[in-house]
Design a binder for this molecule. Structure first.
Ligand code: BES
Ligand code: MN
Ligand code: MN
Length: 462
C-alpha cells in the first residue's frame, strides 16, 4: 500500500489535468440549456472508470439525467464498497463575481492552499472529490492492490434534489447491493484537523407566492389603500422567527431530537474560532437560535432561511408600482427525527394561516430529504478513522455537518446500507459560491487516503 505515494508522485500531473478536463464541462443540472453538457459529462465519467480498469460500466437511464454505474468485482466472498458521487454542478451565478471563468479551470495559490487550488465550478462539489475515488481505484487496480469489490454510482441530479434516484434504487437493488457506501461530498475541519462527517441535515424546500391586486398598480393612485404583496410577504417572513430566533411554525420542533449535554460537550471539543469565523465572512456578529453555540446552530439545530425573494420592479432606476405578486424560496434544514413531508405540511398550513385577508397565498413544495446520523462503533467508521490516522498522522474528529445529501437516508431505507462520509474539502472552498476551488493538496491527500479505507475495511470485515 505504501506504493500509493510513489504512484501519486508519478501521476499527479495527469491526475490534475484529467480533473481539469472534467471541470471544463458545464454540467449544470438546474438549467436545461446545459442538458447536452450534462450528458457529455456522464460519458466522460464513464470513460474515466473504463480507463481506471473497471470491468463493467454503464450509463443507466433514469427519468432525469443518467446514473453512471461501474464495477470491479474481485471475489463475491469479499465485501463490496459502493462509491457514490455526483457529476452535476450548481449554476455559477453570479458570474461577474468570479475572478476567472467558472468553466475555465485555473490553479492559484491561496492562504489556506499554499500548494495551489483548482478554481472552477464543481472543483470541490463534487467533481474533484468524486474523481479522487476514480484515481484511488485506478491505483488499486493497476497495482493489484484492490482488496475487495467496488461499485460506482455517480449521479447527475444531486444539485436539484436527486428526484429520479428513489426509483433508480428500487429498480436496481441487486445491482447496487453492497456492504458499505463511501462518499466524498462533504468537508473536513482543516488540512491539519481531519474529520469524518457523522451527520447530515435533512431538507424541506418550498416556494411561496403572495398575490395582492389582480394587476400591477400605480403606487401613487392606489398606494396606502390596497395590500402590497411585497410588504405583506416581508412581514410574513419576518414573523417566522421570534426574537430568540426560534422558528414560529407550530409543532416545528416537536420531533427534534434533543442532543444530550454529554454529546454537546464532546462536540464542543472540535476546534472552532468564532473571531476567525466572523472575520472570514466579514460579519460584525453571528446570529442564531438562543441557547446554542454557532457550531450547534449549523449542525444539530433546524433552520428556516429565505434563499431568494423577488417581485415588483428590480431594473435600473425607479418605477412607481405596486406589484400584483411577490415570491420567495424558503429552505428548512432538518435534524433527526424531523420528517420533510411533515415539515412542509406544517409550514404550508402555518404560512396560509398568517396571511392577511387581502392577499392569496400559494405554497409549492420543491424537493426534500431526510436527515442522517451514523455512529462511531461501526467497522466503516473505524476503517475510515484508521485511514486518516495513516495518512494525516492524526485521529479524525467526528463532526455533524449542516449540509444535506438526501440520498444517504434513502440508501439506508432502500438498500439497508450505512454510509461513510469522507470529505476532503474545506468550508472556505466556496462551494455553491463564486470562485469555488479545491486544494491540490486535498485532492491528492484524498487519493492517498481512500485506498487505506479499502484495506482496513476489508481487514475489519473478515
Ligand atoms: N455536497 C453538498 C452537500 C454538503 C456540502 C454537505 C458540504 C456537507 C458539507 C451537496 O452537493 C449539496 O449541495 N446538497 C444540497 C441539497 C440538495 C438537495 C440540493 C444542500 O445541502 O443544499
Ligand atoms: Mn455535493
Ligand atoms: Mn452541492
Amino acid at each position: 500500500m505504501e506504493q500509493i505515494n510513489n504512484y501519486i508522485s508519478q501521476h499527479k500531473d495527469r491526475f490534475i489535468s484529467e480533473l481539469i478536463e472534467l471541470l471544463k464541462l458545464p454540467s449544470i443540472s438546474a438549467d436545461s440549456a446545459f442538458s447536452h453538457d450534462v450528458l457529455e459529462t456522464a460519458k466522460m465519467v464513464q470513460q474515466s472508470l473504463i480507463n481506471a480498469g473497471c470491468d463493467q460500466t454503464e450509463i443507466c437511464e433514469t427519468k432525469g439525467y443518467p446514473v453512471v454505474y461501474a464495477e470491479k468485482m474481485v471475489d463475491p466472498n469479499l465485501p463490496t464498497i459502493l462509491v457514490y458521487g455526483h457529476y452535476d454542478v450548481q449554476p455559477p451565478d453570479p458570474i461577474n463575481l468570479w475572478d476567472s471563468p467558472p468553466f475555465e479551470p485555473v490553479i492559484k495559490k491561496t492562504e489556506l492552499h499554499p500548494d495551489g487550488a483548482i478554481f472552477a465550478r464543481g472543483a470541490c462539489d463534487d467533481k474533484g472529490q468524486m474523481y479522487m475515488h476514480v484515481k484511488a481505484v485506478e491505483f488499486m487496480i493497476k497495482n493489484n492492490q484492490l482488496p475487495c469489490n467496488v461499485k460506482f454510482m455517480i449521479e447527475g441530479e444531486e444539485e436539484v434534489g436527486s428526484d429520479s434516484l428513489a426509483d433508480f434504487l428500487h429498480d436496481n437493488k441487486e445491482k447496487l447491493s453492497n456492504d458499505i457506501i463511501l462518499i466524498s461530498d462533504t468537508g473536513m475541519i482543516a488540512n491539519d484537523v481531519p474529520s469524518i462527517t457523522t451527520g447530515l441535515r435533512g431538507l424541506s424546500y418550498v416556494e411561496v407566492e403572495v398575490t395582492g391586486p389582480n394587476r400591477d398598480l400605480h403606487s401613487g393612485i392606489y398606494g396606502g389603500a390596497v395590500p402590497n404583496p411585497i410588504n405583506v410577504l416581508a412581514k410574513m417572513i419576518a414573523s417566522l422567527h421570534d426574537n430568540d430566533h426560534h422558528i414560529t411554525v407550530p409543532h416545528f420542533y416537536d420531533k427534534v431530537v434533543v442532543v444530550s449535554k454529554a454529546e454537546r460537550e464532546e462536540m464542543a471539543k472540535a476546534p472552532f474560532n468564532l473571531e476567525e469565523y466572523k472575520k472570514a465572512l466579514d460579519i460584525g456578529d453571528v446570529m442564531g437560535e438562543k441557547g446554542f453555540t454557532t457550531s450547534e446552530r449549523y449542525s444539530i439545530r433546524p433552520t428556516l432561511d429565505v434563499n431568494g425573494i423577488w417581485g415588483g420592479y428590480t431594473g435600473e432606476g425607479a418605477k412607481t408600482v405596486i406589484a400584483s405578486k411577490a415570491y420567495a424560496k424558503i429552505s428548512m434544514r432538518l435534524v433527526p427525527h424531523q420528517d420533510p413531508d411533515e415539515i412542509t405540511d406544517l409550514f404550508s398550513k402555518h404560512f396560509e394561516s398568517i396571511a392577511p385577508k387581502g392577499v392569496k397565498v400559494k405554497v409549492t413544495p420543491h424537493h426534500g430529504g431526510l436527515p442522517y446520523v451514523t455512529n462511531m462503533d461501526s467497522i466503516g467508521y473505524k476503517a475510515a478513522a484508521k485511514a486518516y490516522e495513516t495518512t494525516f498522522g492524526r485521529t479524525p474528529i467526528p463532526e455533524r455537518t449542516g449540509g444535506s445529501i438526501p440520498i444517504v437516508a434513502l440508501f439506508e431505507q432502500v438498500l439497508g446500507s450505512k454510509t461513510i462520509l469522507m470529505g476532503f474539502g474545506l468550508d472556505s472552498d466556496a462551494i455553491h459560491s463564486p470562485n469555488e476551488h479545491f486544494g491540490v493538496w486535498n485532492y491528492l491527500k484524498g487519493i492517498e487516503t481512500i485506498p487505506y479505507f479499502y484495506k482496513y475495511y476489508t481487514e475489519l470485515y473478515s
